[in-house]
Design a protein around this ligand. Sequence first.
Ligand code: F0G
Length: 459
Amino acid sequence: MAFTRKPWAEPYKIKVVEPLKMTTEEYREIKAKEAGFNTFLLRSEDVYIDLLTDSGTNAMSDYQWAGMMLGDESYAGSKNFYYLEDNVRKHYNYKHVVPTHQGRGAEHLISRALIRDGHYVPGNMYFTTTRAHQELAGGTFVDVIVDEAHDSQIELPFKGNVDIKKFQALIDRVGGHNIPYITVGATVNMAGGQPVSMANLIAVKELAHKHGIKVILDATRVTENAYYIQQREEGYANKSIPEILYEFCGHTDGATVSGKKDVYTNIGGFVAVNDDDLFDELRNMVVIYEGLHTYGGLAGRDMEAMSRGIEEMVRQENIEFRIKQVQYLGDMLVEAGVPIVRPVGGHAVFLDAKKIYDHIPQEQYPAQALAADLYIHSGVRAMERGIVSAGRDKDGNEYKPKLELVRLTIPRRVYTQSHLDVVAYSVIDLYQHRHEAKGLKLVYEPKFLRFFQARFERL
Ligand code: F0G
């Protein structure tokens, strides 16, 4: 056999397997209708390859599972907390850590602690739960990401960067005293998993601190960001992932983290800060909303799994495989001419539904329709990341994001390259029959984060 490239493979072998259910297209058509054409409302046992999210869907290692048996389930002062605290200090470079049940628990605490009515909170593109908590706390989110991030086809190494001019313009307009902090997401989920450069983060910090504004990192997928800095930014090729991560976080005042991504766990999160007074407030608030400050809604074993996951996430072979596996799927689709967000990002391949279903107007939810069609076609579950996810503004008008995407998110250490071959084949086949597709109409809409529970019918 002749190889066109040097083969590479998973840096792990499989110890336990979970069988998958195979279904027919007729069966899936019924299930899609029952689920209101919303992939969040499908039962997972009816899904063949589940690319809904990389959140909490990771396979833990034997090292993490072994740690689960060392859970110290004491109400107060669990040893697993202190181990987590050590690892957060060592790798994320913050002084204080407050565990939470997951990322949005951390977002809730930081938003409540820092945002007051009338405040503005800039960020490099919104994330659904992050913005929801900022708005619930009385703030107005302002997008300050570079323009290119809203265009799926422009290839840039750091397409998640903050546009410093936009940030400056907001400060000029509303005053630094009305901006408690800027959220910097790394990598930027809604932009397609695009990274932020070290140089950009430093520029953000300098401008923010000049005006008394804090920099809060959404460090949910920051290890992926560190890998891109190592590969793409001048001066970092010879630095290790732990060194880059430590330096990167060091330019910020604090972070919210969903441990369900980079950290290879199924649940967990934390908020970490340097400021002693802010920590005091967070630590006091967590007892109301999550649990005592040494468990924050988690079992001791979950904190142990997170702590061990942090040690694994920073290993070069792990993060490199992670990024390359996503790239592998993206490359197959690009080769077949399927429009996707370029360059391929860290955690997912994003299909450009506006371009694929260019005969369906945005008001008929083309990305939602494409995600449903992909499930019916082949049992692959994806997620809408377009007008449905964007929701409505305070006056009830639908946000109309430029990006109308379907996300094929790759869980860590779960699927093999053969699974991704099947996914690519299915997407390409669907793409070739794209003109037969129909739009959707919204028939039920919940008040908050509507994409999770909304229902649709085919037009
Ligand atoms: N920040 C980012 C960038 C995220 O992607 C998520 C979750 C959160 C915060 C919230 O964390 O789910 O632990 O409460 N993203 C998931 C996703 C849901 O599918 O992208 P959480």
